[in-house]
Structures are given as structure tokens and as C-alpha cells.
Design a protein around this ligand. Sequence first.
Ligand code: HAM
Length: 430
Amino acid sequence: MAPKHQAPRGTRDLLPADTALWRWAEERARGVLDRYGYGELRTPMFEDYELFARTAGESSDVVQKEMYRFQDLGERDLALRPEFTAGVMRAYLEHGLGGRARVHRLWSTGPVFRYGRPQKGRYRQFSQLNCELIGSPAPGADVEIVTLFVDLYEAWGFADLSVVINSVGQPATRRAYGERLRALFAPMRDKLSADSQARLETNPLRVLDTKDEGDLALIAAIRDEGRMPHLIDELDADDRAHWDAVLAGLDAAGIRYEIDHGLVRGLDYYTRTAFEVHDRSLGAQSALGGGGRYDGLIEMLGGSPTPGVGFAIGLDRALLVLEQRGAKADATTAVCLVAMDGTRAAATKLARDLRREFVVEIDVEGRGFGAQMKAAGKSGARFLVILGEEEWGRGEIALKDSKTGTQRTLAPGALADALRAGMRDEGDRS
Ligand code: HAM
């Protein structure tokens, strides 16, 4: 019988077997972020609805269909964050960070919320790892951000990654390009999906972002006929120079990329550089992460003109791919203590001492020696520390290395050193 309560549709529980891999991934990511000099920023999970509506764009899917909007008891119009960037910019302005230093490097992680149709790799609550480099208009900032993006995936073992990149220019460039798309699609309007027909009216660029098979075939045919205009051909001289410099910088950094003329991104605040990385094994929801430059965003929120560039990685999708590839976090139990009736009290104290440094498991149910030995064998612990009554009386304990199968006797005071040495050898071999 199904339990009475289930996690809300589009959300899920991560059990300890799942969180082990998440924690491993988060720790690896933190290492990379520290080495790049990014500082962690934590912002609230909800903000004024207006903040998200203005920044993501009124015609974006996020605002039109996906926002968790609610009124609190004080009748404030709020929304659960559908992304980090808007909240990060709000915090940047609220704390006057721009006045403290010219350039800020910030990262954040945590749950974000979008009311979409749940499917593989698409949830209503999911987690992002978000990075922003605020304050520099230089192409070098874009290059650093894309390089950091790739290095995070590489730290998780993605070796075969290819970033797709495009330039979306300025809002005026996009408007002109949008008009060209509108004219291009007008004669085949009826063949487009209802979604794309609506987008043709409100935001023609987003037609290129369609997931509809029929639309995709139509677009591919136009491309094959060489009739699809390219956004980068519409760029003004400054945007073009920026684009060329970003690509040259990525080449110099050894980053592999492909130019994707159809890449437009789903949020409206982007200017110039836009990029994503995909993994086909996820099916329709293939984007593992994406980002770009947003030079007008801070001004839109009432700040002085301040450029910025950043990205978010969808952690759920990245981890799904890692799991599909068989990644597993190592078992963490390192030491299992096994005691007899006469040594239980001593074992409890010894476990507490060892836990200052080691991962230790101990029986709490008063099970017999045999049952404890059996459980210790199953636990995957590298070392078994056995407190026999007679041995304890002589001032001795037994240390068994479950990997080599060897067992030796030693004084309790020598145990920590012996464990340390055993684990060091293990590290040398791996
Ligand atoms: P985004 O492309 O909307 O960008 O989201 C980034 C990533 O979040 C996606 O590539 C995907 O992996 C993941 N994602 C999005 N929706 C879902 C979902 N429903 N379920 C699971 N994963 C999902 C942004 O959010 C921008 N704020 C990125 C950025 C930062 N641009 C500049 N700075």
C-alpha cells in the first residue's frame, strides 16, 4: 500500500546512499572555487516576485509558467527563487559591494524552484551551483568564467566536455535579428507548434530554443538550405571584437568549444557571450549548465552600469550523468569497534576518542560478539578493533585489517598511530 504522504510532485528525497555522491561533488567543487578565488554568497530562498519578473524577462518561460509565486501573511508578493543571478545582484547592490572593490567573484549553491512538467533531469525543486564575476567588461572575464565552468566538470571526471557558445549581442541586435526570424518563419507559421507560434509574437528568438520535434526538423531544414541568419553576423563592431577576443582567449586556455548559432538561452538578461554544456544521455533535458554575460542587469535593478558574467550548473543533472556512468562515493566507515559484555563501556569511550579523527562505527544495541563481528564484516570498514575481555585485562586490543586479512595485538595507546599509518599506506596505493 502506498504511504499516505509522498514527496510533492517534482521533488525528491536524497537518501544517504545518494548524498554521499553529492557531498563528494560539492567538496570537489569547493576546492576548485577556492583555487579560483571565488567567495561564497548565501542569499534567501525567496525574494520579491518583482525582482525575478523584471530580470528574467516577462516573456520568459520562467516568469510566464514556472514561478512559485505566493503571498505571505503580511500580503507581500514573493516568489521562491527560480535561479540565483537576480538575488545575487540584489545582494550586490544592497551591500554596496561595487563601492568596496571593482571586481567581485561570487559563488552560491542551494535549491531553486521552477514549476515545470517533471521528467528525467527536470524537477520542480533542483539544485544549482552558481558563479558570477561582477565588475569587468573584459573578454578575459568571460574566458575565466567559461574556464571555471569546464574545470568544475573536470573535477567531477567529465573529460569529454564540449562547450557550445554564441554571442547574443545587445538588446537592439536581438530585436533586429528577431524581426528577421519573424519574417523567415511567417510563411510556415501554421506548421510550428502552438508554443513556437506564441513565441513568434512575443520573443521570436526563443523559437530557436524549442524542444518540439516538428519545430526542430523545420529549423534544421532551413539551416540545411543555408537560409538561417546568424546572430553573430548582426553584431556591432564592439560586440564582434569582444566575441573574437573571447574565442581567442578560450583557444589560449585550451578550452574546447563549438559555436552554436542557435543558442539563445532562456532568460532575457544576457548580452554578448552565451554558453551551455549538454549531455545527450539525458534526452530532452540535456543542458547540464549554462550562462553568459549580463551587462545591463545591474543597471536594470537601479545600480550604476556594471558588467557581469556568470553561469549555473544544474547539479541534479550533472550527478545523474555521473551515476549513469557508475560513479560511487567511497564507503566512509573506516573503523568498526567490536566489544564483549565486559568491555562495552571501555569501547564507548574509545570510540568517542577515535572519532576526533576517524570515522568509527560501534554497536549501540548490546548485540553479542558474533553478531557484532558479522555486522562489522558487512559494514565495509577497513579496520576492525576488537576489545576482548581477557586481552583488555592485559592492556591489549586486536587490530584487524580487513583488506589484507592480517591481525595484530597492540596497546590501546598505540591504536591511533597504527590506524593513521594503515590509512596512509592505503592513500599511497590508490
Ligand atoms: P539556466 O540555464 O536557466 O541558467 O539554468 C542552469 C541549469 O540549471 C540548466 O542548464 C540545468 O542544468 C539546470 N536546470 C534548469 N531547470 C531545471 C529543472 N527544472 N530541473 C533540473 N535542473 C534544471 C540560469 O539559471 C542562470 N541564472 C545562469 C547564470 C548565472 N547566468 C549568469 N549567471
